[in-house]
Design a protein around this ligand. Structure first.
Ligand SMILES: [Zn+2]
Length: 241
């Protein structure tokens, strides 16, 4: 804020030492009732900016926005300029949350809601770090068997008016066939899919599902001796000692 020393004659800096500290800004605003000051500073951690001070005086004729740089050798200015070049045309920045808006109208409607809260800084998550991934494969319980079924049906026109629900039913779905496939990774129990199309499809479908249920239950109820654990080296016996 050294550059503001040239205004010492027009502005009231009484009792405010140079360089002006952020904590002295409210005092400056009290002594200069035409001016409101806002200060942001770069946040090196996330490559954005945070609000150091936001003026409570929203209706003053002059608003001055300052950028506070802690390390004058930092890349802040190039970063700032690089960001600015992405915007073609005028942008409108909210001084409280530093969000950029494309029109004054949208910013004006945003401000009353925004200033209800303390100045805030938006930090976007790193895309790769915050992707939702399922990793607990050891907690899965894979099914040894399951059935996948698909039905075919015709739309048969009908015209029934339901007085109570005040709805008119236009078509009936009439099932014309099904295909059912047993899925298992045990190759000795894999079967070709069962397809059926003819009258009375649903009776045949239920009969098929019940028979599959019986067959699969029979397979799962088989008592199979557990495989002996595999040792890299045979255990020592008494004779070896
Ligand atoms: Zn805002």
């Amino acid at each position: 804020m050294y550059s503001y020393t040239q205004y010492t004659d027009t502005l009231n800096f009484d009792g405010i030492p140079f360089p002006v500290r952020v904590k002295d800004i409210p005092k400056f605003e009290r002594q200069n009732p035409q001016i409101a000051i806002n200060v942001i500073s770069p946040d090196e951690e996330n490559g954005g900016y945070c609000v150091e001070y936001m003026s409570p005086e929203h209706s003053r004729p002059h608003h001055v926005d300052l950028l506070l740089i802690h390390d004058p050798d930092s890349q802040t200015f190039s970063h700032l300029l690089r960001c600015r070049t992405k915007h073609h045309g005028v942008s409108f920045v909210c001084r409280s949350c530093l969000n950029v808006f494309l029109s004054q109208r949208v910013l004006d409607s945003h401000i009353p809601n925004c200033v209800q809260h303390a100045p805030q800084q938006m930090v976007y998550p790193d895309l790769d770090e915050y992707k939702l991934k399922f990793k607990d494969h050891n907690k899965e319980h894979p099914l040894k068997f399951y059935l996948v079924c698909d039905f075919e049906s015709f739309l048969i026109p009908t015209d029934v008016f339901h007085v109570q629900t005040k709805t008119r039913k236009l078509d009936d779905h009439v099932v014309s066939g099904f295909c059912c496939y047993r899925v298992t990774d045990l190759s000795q129990y894999q079967t070709p899919p069962t397809a059926y199309s003819s009258p009375d499809v649903m009776t045949h479908f239920y009969k098929h599902v019940i028979s599959e249920n019986e067959k699969i239950n029979k397979i799962l109820l088989q008592q199979v001796p557990e495989r002996p654990p595999h040792f890299a080296r045979p255990l020592a016996t008494r004779d070896d000692q």
